[in-house]
Every structure is written in C-alpha cells, then in structure tokens.
Design a protein around this ligand. Structure first.
Ligand code: ISJ
Length: 453
C-alpha cells in the first residue's frame, strides 16, 4: 500500500524550499486493519474515544529530535514543514503528524527500542481518516517538487490500490504465549517499592511511579493490526495507537489516559491516578468504586496529580478543575478529575506536552527527585512507555495520550509495561497486585487460553 519513501523530489526532513501538498477523497468504508497490514514502514494508527480514527503508511516527511532540546527542535522543524501547505479536502484530513517521544530525553534507541528515536513524528504519505461523517483517503507529497498534479495522480493510484485491499480482514488467531518473564519480578519489585517508600517517608520525595515490564515469548508472530482490532472491541473507551517507524517493532496499546488536547484556545486534560479492580457483581464493583473514592491514600495520590497539572497549566491561561469521578475501564477503575484551560496566547500543543510530561501519574513529585529515583531504581529501559503519543497539525492543535497499558512487539516477542504510583503509605504487596491488571489489556489478546486463576 505504501509508496516508497522519498519518492522523486520528496524530502523526508523539513526543508525551507519544500512544499506540502495533500489531496483527499471520500471512500466507501474500508478495512483499516487491511490497510495497516499492507504497509511495511512508518505505520501509524491513532484512534481517540471521541471518534477520530486514522491509519497511515509511508512517510511524506518525518520530524525527529533528541536531547534536552527535543521539543524546541520539533516545534522549529514543524514550522518549516507546515510553512507552505496546499491541502484540498475536509478539515479532518488536513495534514497532521503522528508519533510521540521517549519517556526521557536521554533515550537510547537500542534493544527493543531499535528504530525509535527520542522523538519521532510522521506525516503519512497515504492515510485513511474515519470521522462521523465518512471515511477519507488522503495522499500527501512533500518536497521541492511536490505539486498538485503529482498529488492528484498519487491519490488516484492510492485509490486503485485501496480497491485491491480486502474489504474485511479475517480475524486471525491470537498468537499464543509460550513463556513470560518479568524483567523485575515480584520479589525484586516489591523490594524496590519498599526502598522508595523509605525514601518518601524520610525526606522531600512525595510520590514516585515505579514500573516493571513483562517479556512475553509468543508461539506465532504477532499481527499488530489484528491485535489493535481486537482491542477496539475489548477497550472501546480507550485510545488506540500504533507507532512503527521501521519494519521492525511496533509500540502500541489502548491507553485510557489523555495527556492533553488543544483545539484553538481550549485545552483539555485530566488527572488519572488511583486504581481498584472491577468487581464481579454490580455490588462488588460499586464497593470497589466506593473504596476508591474513600481511600485517603488514593485521594492523596490523585490530589498530587490534580494540583501539579493545574499549576503547570496556570502559566498558559485560565484553568478549571472539574468534578472528580470514577473512570471504569473493562478490567480496572481509576479516580479521574477532568481539567481544562482557556489559553491566553497561541501556545503550541507541543509546548503544553513539554510542560505536562511526565505528570505525577507516570513520573512523581517533586519531578526531578522522582525522575532520579526512577533512574536509580528501574534496571530496565522505559523507552517510549508512559510517554506522550499523538498528533499535531499546522495550527499547533493536537491531542496526546499517555503511552501506558502499552507494549512494544514484533515477530515472536512482546514486552508489556505496567507501573504504579507509590506514596508514603503504600504497601509493596498491594502495589504488586494493583500492577497486574495493567498488562492484561494486551496480554489477553496474546494468550490463546482463557486464564484459569
Ligand atoms: C503508570 C500506569 O498507570 C498510571 C498509574 C495509576 C495508579 O498509580 O493508580 C493509575 C493510572 C495511570 O495514571 C500504568 O498503567 O502503567
């Protein structure tokens, strides 16, 4: 499905002499899974609970950055990329770049994260967009020679290729799990949690989110588009994303948590922290929800996140805190508080991401001390786990989820991630139990047999 990268005259990196030309047409509803499965490089998938769904293949252009200035580099290169835009099509198909960043700026693109820079966004060469009023095919050309004729020809060719794709993609079998291994197992992780609790009780540290990873050996190769298709059914209330820069591993998952969304002057975010299982009966479920709301420890965790997000947004406009509620997902429930802001000025969504990431829901407080504790304690590489994933456009609007409930997978290997907020009155054994549901969304799509425990 994908045209080769860097087709005649195309510039993959932003270039002051280049133009961005994109053309869209409406298509009858096609299988997004088939489209993704036919691509081999720069595959992206983005689905937001409010209905926007995009799949992309190939890169018309890419923005990458690393080091402490990665946000600055991205904003500068985005300005170059979007300086000349010739787009014809509905607003939903306007040029957007999709991707994200590693958790930390000192990211090492090695091991399972090979091919994942510290920040990478792709302007898809070919894209399908599904919104309430229809499904659209978009082709984008970027480079000194990009022009309307070329884009229109490419659109016609992409439309022909789309006709050859199966309308429905038969659901494959789950790949099956041969073996699993926690990179930091129960004993070691609870010891890490105990030492973090000691640090919190003894000093200035207030909260640290400690994570671990589950390495999974699969019986068959994973089919990520198929897995995402299943997650659409099991976690319809969540985002779904895939970032797959090369033909190698893909980072994907169904995160429930919005980092930030900016549309014009309106900013929406949330604090999501504090977890309880779902109950087997409505009564048991309501009991868990009540204990979420009434737990001093979980309310403390939640309050730290709310206050920090509000303080951080305060610099950009007028901030409002919504009513706290319980967010029920298929296998877990969380305390959630919506937070919104009206911007004073034209603040790019990347600037908001830079200010908010990592929130105390995935980092901790105070941030510097929490990050150094994470670095000293976690013996494995977070890579892109718990990082911002999403999109932004020429206007600086965009939406980002927090890359949790996620995994990085390819071939017969997957690594899934899960973390928990630790505060002074956390209990290490309880925290380990609370961690388990966080790998289940993806794990349930890998295992063939229903669990017996
Ligand atoms: C860190 C994760 O989740 C975060 C931590 C939570 C908690 O500590 O209760 C709840 C929701 C998320 O903000 C994860 O899923 O890996």
């Amino acid at each position: 499905m994908n045209p080769p990268d860097g087709e005649a005259g195309a510039a993959l990196v932003p270039d002051a002499d280049a133009a961005l030309v994109s053309r869209s047409c409406e298509v009858s509803d096609v299988s997004f899974g088939s489209f993704l499965a036919a691509g081999d490089r720069h595959r992206i998938h983005w689905a937001a609970p409010d209905g926007l769904e995009v799949v992309g293949g190939g890169a018309a252009a890419r923005l990458t950055a690393d080091g402490p200035d990665r946000f600055e580099t991205l904003r500068r290169d985005a300005e170059t990329l979007f300086s000349v835009v010739d787009h014809e099509g509905p607003a939903a198909t306007r040029p957007r770049v999709f991707g994200g960043l590693a958790f930390g700026a000192d990211h090492d693109a090695a091991g399972v994260w090979e091919g994942f820079p510290a920040a990478a966004f792709t302007l898809p060469a070919v894209q399908l967009t599904r919104v309430d009023d229809g499904t659209y095919l978009t082709v984008t050309r970027y480079g000194p020679d990009a022009d309307a004729d070329g884009a229109e020809e490419a659109l016609a060719a992409a439309r022909d290729r789309l006709d050859d794709l199966p309308m429905m993609r038969a659901r494959g079998e789950k790949p099956g799990v041969v073996d699993t291994e926690w990179l930091v197992d129960r004993e070691e992780w609870t010891a890490q949690v105990a030492s973090v609790i000691d640090r919190i009780r003894g000093g200035d540290l207030r909260k640290v989110v400690l994570a671990t990873a589950l390495r999974v050996d699969l019986a068959e190769e994973i089919d990520i588009p198929d897995t995402l298709g299943r997650l659409r059914r099991t976690y319809p209330e969540c985002y779904r994303f895939l970032v797959q820069p090369t033909g190698g591993k893909g980072f994907f998952g169904p995160p429930p948590e919005r980092l930030v969304r900016r549309e014009g002057e309106v900013v929406e975010t949330e604090a999501l922290a504090g977890s309880m299982p779902r109950g087997d009966t409505p009564e048991a479920d309501a009991e868990y929800a009540r204990s979420l709301l009434e737990s001093d420890k979980l309310q403390h965790e939640q309050r730290l996140v709310v206050d920090t997000i509000c303080e951080q947004l305060d610099a950009f406009g007028t901030v409002g805190e919504g009513q706290q509620d319980v967010r029920k997902l298929t296998n877990i429930q969380h305390l959630q508080t919506p937070i919104n802001a009206v911007l004073d000025g034209d603040t790019h969504v990347l600037t908001l991401v830079e200010a908010l990431h990592p929130t105390p829901a995935v980092g901790g407080l105070p941030l510097d001390l929490a990050l150094s504790t994470i670095r000293e304690t976690e013996t494995w590489d977070r890579g892109w786990y718990a990082s911002p994933v999403g999109w932004f456009d020429a206007a600086g609007d965009g939406e980002f989820a927090v890359g949790i409930r996620s995994g990085v997978a390819g071939g017969r290997e997957a690594t899934l991630f899960a973390g928990n907020g630790i505060v002074g009155d956390s209990d290490p054994a309880d925290e380990w139990d609370e961690l388990q549901p966080k790998v289940r969304p993806i794990m349930d799509e890998l295992e063939r047999e229903a669990r017996t425990e």
